[in-house]
Design a protein around this ligand. Structure first.
Ligand code: FPP
Length: 248
């Protein structure tokens, strides 16, 4: 792998915390706690590799339907993670960002996120985005509403103007989407942005996703030819071409 074969933006669906705990006879919360450890390791590894954007699906809008105790535990975990990792983020020059329905978040989590986002705003080494209370379909509906509210006639709407209504219009499309735990679904994550994203499904459970597992995902990505719907061309390796076209 060389710098030119590394993805610029990695998005991750971190799945399998519950099963990891169950296999060990532990409470689901222990799986989430172990999952938080895997998050810290992944962020460090990506930063060391020089990957500029990492986006983690931490809590979907559908996840609100989980038992209240699990939801509370998860938000306490996110809040603690953001507070305790803030010095590390600053030291690694990592900017924290968020996509999703910010106003859905419990007050303490919202306050911790807002604070860490503001404190890391000037960091330039990497952008770490947490998707919290996130739904790809909801994001698309919001963007459509925002565009309609501008008064621009629908005939003049473009992909670019639509993008301005996304949670973070400056977040580039993911080059690589990793999902752990062997499930083969996108589960409402980054639906608009993943039109040409390379998908990688890892059989292991999220808490076990380590540097070696990341390396395997990156190796798989490095071997792919990205065509963006066009006839193959040498430039199409590793995302050097432009997105667009109607093919696969
Ligand atoms: C999916 O596994 C995981 C979640 C819904 C929560 C993701 C949260 C973490 C990885 C914890 C730490 C995150 C941060 C950002 C500090 P699951 O519970 O659905 O697992 P299962 O499918 O095996 O039940």
């Amino acid at each position: 792998m060389t710098d030119s074969t590394l993805p610029r933006h990695i998005a991750v669906i971190m799945d399998g915390n519950g099963r990891w705990a169950q296999q060990r006879g532990l409470a689901r919360s222990e799986g989430h706690r172990a999952g938080a450890g895997a998050v810290c390791a992944l962020v460090r590894e990506c930063r060391a590799l020089g990957i500029p954007f990492v986006t983690l699906y931490a809590f979907s809008r559908e996840n609100w339907q989980r038992p209240q105790t699990e939801v509370s535990f998860l938000f306490e975990l996110f809040t603690r993670f953001v507070r305790e990792e803030l010095p590390g983020l600053l030291e690694q020059d990592i900017r924290l960002s968020m996509i999703g329905e910010r106003t859905d978040l419990p007050f303490a989590a919202r306050r911790a996120m807002d604070y860490a986002i503001q404190r890391t705003a000037a960091c330039r080494g990497m952008v770490l985005t947490l998707a919290l209370s996130y739904s790809g379909r909801e994001e698309i509906v919001r963007a459509a509403r925002a565009l309609a509210a501008t008064g621009l006639p629908p005939g003049e709407w473009t992909e670019e103007s639509f993008r301005r209504g996304l949670y973070d219009p400056d977040l580039p499309d993911p080059d690589l989407l990793i999902r752990t735990s062997g499930e083969l679904r996108i589960s409402n994550f980054l639906l608009f942005q993943s039109a040409y994203t390379e998908l990688y499904f890892s059989p292991g459970l999220w808490p076990d996703f380590d540097a070696a597992a990341l390396r395997e995902a990156l190796q798989s990505y490095a071997e792919r030819r990205r065509r963006f719907g066009r006839v193959e061309d040498d430039r199409d390796r590793h995302g050097e071409g432009d997105a667009g076209g109607s093919g696969q």
